[in-house]
Design a protein around this ligand. Structure first.
Ligand code: ZN
Length: 244
């Protein structure tokens, strides 16, 4: 039977109900993972470095050639991306001997104008799938000392007061988790997702991050005893923490 939408149209038959989405996936209209352009990669990577406090508003960025080498993309792509970010007001270009490309002092204000709840929901759903998959894949097979660094991070987060420091540690936890469970390549992949989310979502409040940190602790405890289902549940709970 020919689909009414044509050969490349949707495969749904008229009158046939689509399966209901799994809970938590309702807001995932599309999955967008690493399928991003070089320019988006530059943006997400810089956003992640700002969140991790490797660079701060007002700081000078490395030269385009250095960024190109780090990201494995062409220098011309990096230059175009930086140019676009200057036009958006995320970066400043200064000429002269002390010149270069700088993170704009008003970074946070400009980012707030770029928030996009729909795109964030789809990326969040994808990040959740990634972490659930990693946890399910590695539960019961982790060397005992693999989670040590993550436990230290959880303790550091419990003691942190500064909201920016809490956000930094929150991002670090998920990057280190991706690496502990999936290796350095998965860390990069998670970093791309997290960097993009930094541009799309308002940063969580300290109260939310503290509640999420309890999910981190639970996740590590369950992973430590090789309990897959409760570990996956802790990952899902983390995503559902809302400001109270
Ligand atoms: Zn977290």
């Amino acid at each position: 039977m020919v689909n009414a939408a044509g050969k490349f149209g949707p495969y749904d038959q008229p009158g046939q109900a689509r399966p209901a989405p799994v809970a938590g996936m309702r807001n995932a209209p599309l999955l967008s993972g690493r399928g991003q352009t070089g320019s988006e990669l530059v943006r997400s990577r810089i956003a992640l470095q700002v969140r991790l406090k490797s660079v701060s508003p007002g700081d000078r960025l490395p030269d385009a050639g250095v960024l190109a080498e780090e990201l494995g993309i062409s220098e011309i792509t990096v230059r175009r991306a930086l140019e676009g970010m200057c036009q958006d007001g995320l970066l400043d270009r200064r000429r002269g001997r002390a010149g270069g490309t700088f993170v704009a002092p008003g970074w946070d204000t400009v980012v707030a104008l770029m928030h996009d709840a729909d795109e964030a929901a789809s990326l969040n759903a994808f990040h959740l799938l990634l972490e659930c998959g990693l946890v399910a894949h590695s539960a019961g097979e982790l060397p005992v000392d693999r989670l040590e660094g993550l436990r230290t991070l959880v303790d550091e987060m419990d003691l942190a007061d500064d909201p920016a420091r809490l956000l930094e540690l929150e991002a670090r936890f998920h990057l280190d988790l991706a690496e502990a469970l999936g290796g350095p390549g998965i860390r990069e992949f998670a970093g791309d997702l997290l960097g993009r989310l930094c541009l799309l979502l308002p940063a969580p409040t300290p109260a939310v991050v503290r509640a999420q940190n309890r999910c981190h602790a639970e996740l590590l405890a369950e992973l430590g005893r090789g309990a897959m289902d409760p570990a996956v549940r802790a990952v899902k709970q983390h995503q559902h923490v809302r400001p109270s």
